[in-house]
Structure formats: structure tokens, C-alpha cells
Design a protein around this ligand. Structure first.
Ligand code: NDP
Length: 287
């Protein structure tokens, strides 16, 4: 069914979200701080609001996709009265506590609040592989789920409005550190004349195969016993050879040093024969 929906923020992501809603046949009103960014959407059939207040008043469902928490507060604080009785879905990337702050503000103002984290880049919106995490109002999630599903696979993670942000940022932490590991390897082989593209050809199959190991590590971590048989030990995992080879190539050792430090703390505490998954204890217990 067609839903009236307003989208605040037409950056790369907001434009992609709004375009998917227009394509799906929803009556979509859009607003952006700077003029001109709504032109393509208007040509596709979106209504363009002159002010954020007008956009809010056009629909019961309001999507915010702005730069960050500060820009959301700046745009929405003066509109609390207009938003009262409506549903706000905030897919702007924020920290968990910023999401909770928005939810508290919304509750105070009589606004139903759902927070979202987008696990996709704009080109992926509405395509296979796009996934969005939500937390906050279960009623809002269930009521608007068919619309939210237009952007990608939607999953709901609970009433605590901070959880979608938490899971979003936790996943991105894994992604960025993996990317940094790839960059490190590419820097190591560069002096040997290998292009990053050729290195990527070698890295993709290996890293893809290695992601299967995540579930094995997870089982050890959840089981709480790092001594179970069949694991690679911390001592065996010592990264000295990688560090030395990196230094020989004249590249920074920062990325690998980080892993080595986490690992050494466990070995120094007497856990060298236990499994590599134990480095999570170094992370959970900062020194
Ligand atoms: P852009 O930089 O392309 O767009 C930012 C948007 O925020 C623009 O519409 C801009 O308006 C608006 N904006 C910034 N500051 C203010 C302000 N003070 N008042 C009003 N509007 C403001 O960013 P994206 O669209 O890429 O990202 C939007 C959100 O989506 C971010 O939180 C981002 O983390 C998240 N996201 C983005 C992904 C991506 O791959 N792009 C992936 C996952 C999440 P103006 O045009 O006037 O400058």
C-alpha cells in the first residue's frame, strides 16, 4: 500500500532512500538544506518541500538521513511540535548514546521513534545485499516494515534505541580493521613491484575463505573455554615474522603491532598455549 512519507536530507544516501520510495509508489515528500539536490527526485515524482517543517507536516512517517547527530538535532529540535503524533525513523549514523538521546527527546515530545543503521552504500539501496538494522519502537517497525523493506533486508533488534547503532558500529569496526589489514599487505608487497590490484586478486579468496573461521572463534568465545582442542595457540600465532618482514619492506608496523600487543598480553598473563580467540580478553579488559 502507498504510504505518505517525508525524507529529510538528500545527500548520497538520503537521495537513494527517497528514490527507492518513489519507485515503490509511495507519496514521497523530500527536503534538503541546500537547494538543487531534489531536482532528480522531483522529476521522478517526489514533492519538494520548501522547509523541513513543511516536509514533516506532509507525512505521518518522517525519515531523517542527515550528516550526523548534531545536524539531526539542529534540524529537528525546532520541529518537535510538528513531529508530535508522528513517527520518526532516524537512519543517520550516530553513536548508541546519541540514538538513546534522540529517543528520549522524541518520547518527551510525543513522537514515535525508530533508529536505523544502514549496512549498505547508496548504490546498494533496494538491491540484494543491502541490509538495515533497526531498534526502538517495535510498533513503528512492524507498521512500516513493508516500506522499510524497499531499501534492503530489515531486521529489528529490540526496544533499546541504541542497539541498531551499536551493532552498526560493531560491524563497521570489523570491516575497517579488515580493510586496514589488506592495506598493510598491499603496502608490504608494493616495494616488490606488485600492484594493489594483483594483491587484491590474491587476498579476496583467502579472506573470503577465512571468514568461515569467525563462527569457529565465536563458538570458542561463547563456550568460555579457550583450551578446547583443535585451536591455533596464541604462541603459534606470534606475529614477529610478519613484523620483521614489514620492517624489512620499510613499511609501518602499526596495523600488525596492534594485533601483536593484544596477543602478547594474553601470553604474558600465562595463556600462551590457549587459542587465538583469547585476544578478545585483551579487548574486553583494556589496560
Ligand atoms: P552526504 O554528505 O552525502 O549528505 C549529508 C546530508 O546532510 C546532506 O543532505 C546535507 O545537506 C545534510 N546536512 C549536513 N549538515 C546539515 C545541517 N547542519 N543541517 C541540515 N542538513 C545538513 O552524506 P550521506 O548521504 O552519504 O550520509 C547520510 C547519513 O547516512 C550519514 O549519517 C552517513 O553516516 C549514513 N550512511 C551513509 C552511507 C554511505 O555510504 N554514504 C552508508 C551508511 C550510512 P546539504 O546538501 O545542504 O549539505
Amino acid at each position: 500500500d502507498s504510504v505518505r512519507v517525508s525524507v529529510l536530507g538528500l545527500g548520497a544516501m538520503g537521495s537513494a532512500l527517497a528514490a527507492a520510495l518513489v519507485t515503490a509508489g509511495h507519496e514521497t515528500t523530500v527536503w534538503n538544506r541546500s537547494a538543487g539536490r531534489a531536482d532528480d527526485l522531483a522529476a521522478q515524482g517526489a514533492q519538494v518541500a520548501a522547509t523541513a517543517g513543511d516536509a514533516v507536516q506532509a507525512s505521518h512517517l518522517v525519515i531523517a538521513c542527515l550528516l550526523d547527530h548534531a545536524s539531526v538535532r539542529e534540524v529537528l529540535d525546532p520541529l518537535a511540535g510538528h513531529l508530535a503524533g508522528r513517527t520518526l525513523v532516524n537512519v543517520t549514523t550516530t553513536t548508541p548514546n546519541q540514538s538513546r538521546e534522540m529517543a528520549a527527546w522524541a518520547t518527551e515530545a510525543g513522537i514515535t521513534y525508530l533508529d536505523g543503521g544502514i549496512m549498505a552504500v547508496p548504490q546498494m539501496i533496494g538491491q540484494p545485499g543491502s541490509s538495515l538494522l533497526y531498534s526502538g519502537s517495535a510498533d513503528a517497525f512492524h507498521q512500516y516494515r513493508p516500506l522499510l523493506d524497499r531499501w534492503g533486508t530489515s531486521t529489528y533488534h529490540g526496544e533499546d534505541p541504541g542497539l541498531a547503532s551499536l551493532y552498526d558500529l560493531a560491524l563497521l569496526a570489523g570491516m575497517y580493521v579488515m580493510f586496514a589489514g589488506f592495506m598493510h599487505g598491499a603496502a608490504m608487497v608494493a616495494p616488490a613491484g606488485m600492484t594493489a590490484s594483483r594483491f587484491a586478486d590474491m587476498a579476496v579468496p583467502l579472506l573470503t575463505a577465512m571468514t568461515n573461521g569467525l563462527h569457529e572463534y565465536a563458538a570458542v568465545i561463547d563456550g568460555g573455554d579457550y583450551t578446547v582442542a583443535g585451536q591455533q595457540s596464541l604462541e603459534f600465532s606470534d606475529l614477529t615474522d610478519i613484523l620483521n618482514a614489514s620492517a624489512e619492506q620499510g613499511v609501518s608496523t602499526e596495523v600488525v603491532d596492534m594485533v601483536q600487543r593484544l596477543l602478547r598480553r594474553q601470553i604474558d598473563a600465562g595463556h600462551g598455549t590457549e587459542g587465538f580467540a583469547r585476544i578478545i580478553e585483551s579487548i574486553k579488559n583494556p589496560c
